[in-house]
Write a new protein. Structure first.
Length: 256
């Protein structure tokens, strides 16, 4: 299967111009297909998700990679690094508009959408879809702002695939929060060591350390990692490992 890629420009909720790349599988499917929105962190641009987007398109999903406001083709004359906290949180408007765009793309089943988020924009992106029933699965990589992430994930109620590297302590706690706030069925947490942050971890796993085995993470360890703040609605498993003790399937928009 091949893909058709096209540049796409649309307006965020406050009129900010957002640019992205929309990829469709070729040949077109007879039935509507799932779609996935990829949102980069503030240190990345949309190209960071290209390998993932191409892999998803190869599997029959439509994908949309966006540059958030202040970055890449969506800079609009203002750098993200120069924005204040209130303006940065308006990334949620970018994501809400992008979800509408991908849901309305030709050949897409608007009731089967997925969201890929990473690092410091994860909370804003998840806030945007917390009440959106069209979003059926979420992947969270190296999240920040754990309380916001956990709250949004719990409200959305969709399965989560969570990926983090253990030396990134802030992200470890926030990403575990996201995992524990998601429905147990079909959710999964993978914890590694030395992979870096965000979508960079996927590249390291694919090209540098393809045989890497996830670490066991004792979530009930009293050392501090084990009881993430704000997550108490169910008892956590004693350990989590990819393909290990939890045996949870990786969520996908296609299976949602």
């Amino acid at each position: 299967m091949t893909e058709a890629a096209m540049f796409h420009t649309f307006e965020s909720g406050d009129g900010w111009p957002i640019n992205g790349i929309l990829r469709r599988p070729i040949p077109a499917h007879a039935k509507p297909t799932p779609a996935v929105l990829a949102v980069p962190g503030s240190r990345h641009e949309r190209d960071a998700w290209t390998q993932v987007a191409m892999a998803l398109t190869e599997r029959g999903c439509t994908t949309l990679q966006i540059d958030i406001r202040g970055r890449g083709a969506s800079a609009n004359g203002v750098r993200y690094s120069d924005m204040g906290p209130a303006q940065r949180r308006r990334v949620s408007l970018d994501v809400a508009a992008a979800i509408d765009v991908v849901a309305q793309a030709n050949g897409v089943d608007a009731a089967r959408l997925g969201l890929l988020v990473e690092q410091d924009t994860a909370a804003d992106a998840l806030d945007a879809v917390a009440g959106d029933d069209r979003v059926r699965a979420v992947a969270v990589l190296s999240a920040r702002h754990g309380e916001r992430v956990a709250r949004a994930v719990a409200e959305r109620g969709a399965p989560v695939y969570a990926l983090v590297s253990v030396e990134d302590r802030e992200a470890l706690r926030a990403t575990v929060d996201a995992y524990l706030s998601a429905p147990e069925a079909q959710s999964r947490l993978d914890v590694f060591h030395g992979l870096g942050v965000g979508i960079t971890m996927a590249s390291v796993l694919q090209f540098e350390r393809p045989d890497e085995i996830p670490r066991r993470l004792p979530l009930n360890d009293p050392s501090g990692v084990g009881a993430p703040a704000g997550v108490s609605r169910r008892s956590p498993p004693s350990a989590v490992r990819s393909g290990g003790s939890t045996r949870r399937r990786t969520p996908s928009a296609a299976s949602a």
